[in-house]
Design a protein. Structure first.
Lengths: 200, 405
């Protein structure tokens, strides 16, 4: 998963001051969406273990969820400026590109919950780092009206790792999350035999 | 049929509908206004029985708050006017769609309202501390309401999501559909409120037993009595009735049970709050809200048409200003309705406890403990007071004594 940044570092002080409160409706929406995403992930897990890929609608739904969550995290942590939409639609200034629907290894998918644990633990720790970034950025941005680029880039790296972890845990992708700030090599797409297409 | 005849017919139909609605509205108001206080009951002239120095202190205490309130409302209207004028530019800070951007503008407006009120809140704490009415610190005051503010942010988002979704579908008639939605939300909030507020059971068996006796005397099933600990932020005594049907509850503030009030006085409070339930004041409150929600929503729809209507985010800052002005203008009406209900609850409490001495002592105690101005200026009474004055309440207790003889 790649990260695209189209952000000029400018921040509205008023929006920064109220950022935690402005994030509240999104957090409530994310909470509701997470229940649906969890149910979709379970259904997707069964589909991947049986057929090797997720049905289109589930994949699209979970991709939108991962995009939305990453947009919200970027907004709440001041990594991005504008108030995000509620649908996870592409086009946000700090955005992860969600993966194409590829054939996944069934063995890896079967034990995904277990395999994801180390990445989830690291994600949890990085969330703490992101909180520190957000607090520092809050004061800096209120003072200057601009987000320090170093903090923004570090925050964006964390956002990318969180999105990768969510995508891996929800079986949107079978690429294991990588914590390095360097970009990963391009994945080699595996040919997709799509039982869901064939069944139509 | 010609165009002119059609237009005339439409006008006639519209006029007839408006007259019919007005008749229903007026009848509903007349019905809701009814009270069990005897009609034409004359309040006798009474001595306050409170030391002059205490009365003067209460007058000073409340007088300052009146000025502070007026100043805060002026600043509020000024800030929201500025926001209504310039606020739409914040839409460029949004990557959300039409409704999401409207929600953002609504939340920014609410944030500005909060910021504008901060100095007044701090001054209020300073004044209350001077008169030994609170132990709250200034920093504590700033941060104590964050949870409440968060709930308000969520509420404004929900309201705007409903209104803007409806206005997107019915640009000119959204208010007809929105008003019932808000009444339903208000009713749901009243119903669930007892489970939101943190309380503990009343640990005074004799008072709990009296509450059961009073509920039976007022013709309702027993209502749970709970205690809310407010000692951290105020010394003012208070109580309130909440909930509907199975969630009906009476909540006493811990400050009422800290030893300053005698059991007889607390019994009057219990009977008064139970009367709000037995006389269905909470349901009536929702009905009053319903009566004003429809014309209020219509006025907002009318005012925001030049900004493209409530379906457009640019209309949200103006809608906030109109809403606040409507609230300010309707405050005297709200207070009038509230005073009518409180007077009835006082009367029913007197009928239930049959103890006008305790009632009189309680009302005097409110002045000595909470520094309620016992006889405020007429304008202040009409504008601010949701309860009858202390003097009126003492006179009502005396009137009941004479009527009971």
């Amino acid at each position: 998963m790649r990260l695209r940044i189209d952000d000029d570092l400018r921040r509205s002080r008023l929006l920064v001051f109220f950022r935690p409160l402005l994030s509240l409706p999104h957090l409530a929406w994310l909470w509701a969406w997470s229940w649906a995403a969890a149910a979709a992930a379970v259904a997707g897990w069964v589909a991947v273990v049986v057929t090797g890929s997720q049905p289109h609608p589930l994949h699209r739904f979970l991709c939108a969820y991962v995009r939305y969550a990453s947009q919200l995290v970027a907004f709440a942590a001041l990594v991005a400026n504008p108030f995000p939409g509620f649908t996870g639609a592409p086009g946000y200034p700090v955005e992860v590109t969600t993966p194409e629907r590829l054939l996944q290894r069934r063995g890896s998918a079967a034990f995904r919950a277990l395999l994801a644990v180390p990445a989830l633990l690291l994600a949890h720790a990085l969330l703490g780092v992101l909180t520190v970034i957000a607090v520092l950025a809050w004061f800096a941005t209120l003072a200057t009206g601009r987000m320090p680029s170093g903090l923004r880039d570090l925050g964006a790296t964390v956002v990318r790792y969180l999105a990768q972890t969510a995508a891996y845990a929800l079986l949107v992708s079978d690429r294991y999350p990588h914590a390095s700030p360097a970009l990963p090599r391009h994945p080699v797409p595996r040919p997709l035999f799509d039982p869901w297409e064939t069944a139509r | 049929m010609g165009d002119g005849a059609l237009t005339r017919r439409r006008l006639l139909l519209g006029g007839a509908l408006a007259v019919a609605l007005l008749a229903v509205w007026t009848t509903a108001i007349a019905s809701l206004w009814q009270s069990s206080v005897p009609e034409g009951l004359a309040l006798p002239s009474v001595e306050l029985g409170i030391e002059e120095a205490t009365v003067a202190r209460a007058e000073r205490f409340e007088g300052f708050f009146r000025i502070l309130f007026l100043a805060s409302q002026l600043v509020l209207v000024a800030v929201l006017s500025l926001y209504a004028w310039k606020g739409a530019r914040f839409a460029r800070e949004s990557a959300a769609g039409r409704i999401g951007t409207g929600m953002l503008l609504g939340m920014i407006g609410l944030g500005l309202v909060w910021l504008a009120q901060v100095p007044f809140r701090l001054v209020a704490v300073w004044w209350s501390r001077r008169y030994d009415q609170t132990d709250s610190g200034y920093v504590e005051t700033l941060f104590a309401n964050w949870l409440e503010l968060g709930a308000e942010f969520l509420a404004v988002c929900f309201a705007l999501a409903v209104v803007m979704a409806l206005a997107g579908r019915f640009p000119r008639r959204w208010w007809i559909a929105a008003a019932p939605v808000f009444v339903a939300v208000g009713a749901a909030f009243t119903f669930t409120f007892p489970s939101i507020v943190q309380t503990e059971p009343l640990r005074r068996p004799s008072l709990a037993s009296d509450a059961r006796t009073y509920a039976a005397a007022q013709g309702i099933d027993p209502v749970p009595v709970r205690v809310e600990d407010v000692s951290d932020f105020t010394k003012t005594p208070n109580a309130y009735a909440v909930g509907l049907g199975p969630t009906r509850t009476v909540v006493l503030w811990s400050t009422l049970l800290d030893g300053r009030f005698r059991d007889g006085e607390i019994r009057v409070v219990l009977a008064h709050e139970l009367a709000h339930h037995s006389r269905r004041h909470l349901l009536e409150g929702i009905a009053w809200y319903a009566l004003f929600a429809l014309p209020g929503a219509w006025l907002i729809a009318l005012a925001t048409r030049r900004r493209g209507g409530m379906g457009q985010p640019a209309a949200v800052p103006l809608a906030l200003l109109v809403l606040v002005v409507l609230e300010l203008v309707s405050a005297p009406v709200y207070n009038l309705v509230s005073r009518n209900m409180e007077r009835e609850a006082d009367w029913v409490a007197l009928e239930t406890t049959r103890d006008p001495d305790a009632a009189g002592a309680l009302f005097r105690h409110f002045t000595t403990e909470s520094l309620n101005d016992p006889d405020p200026p007429r304008w202040a009474y009409l504008l601010f007071d949701s309860h009858p004055t202390t003097k009126q309440r003492i006179a009502l207790a005396e009137a009941w004594r004479r009527a009971a003889r």
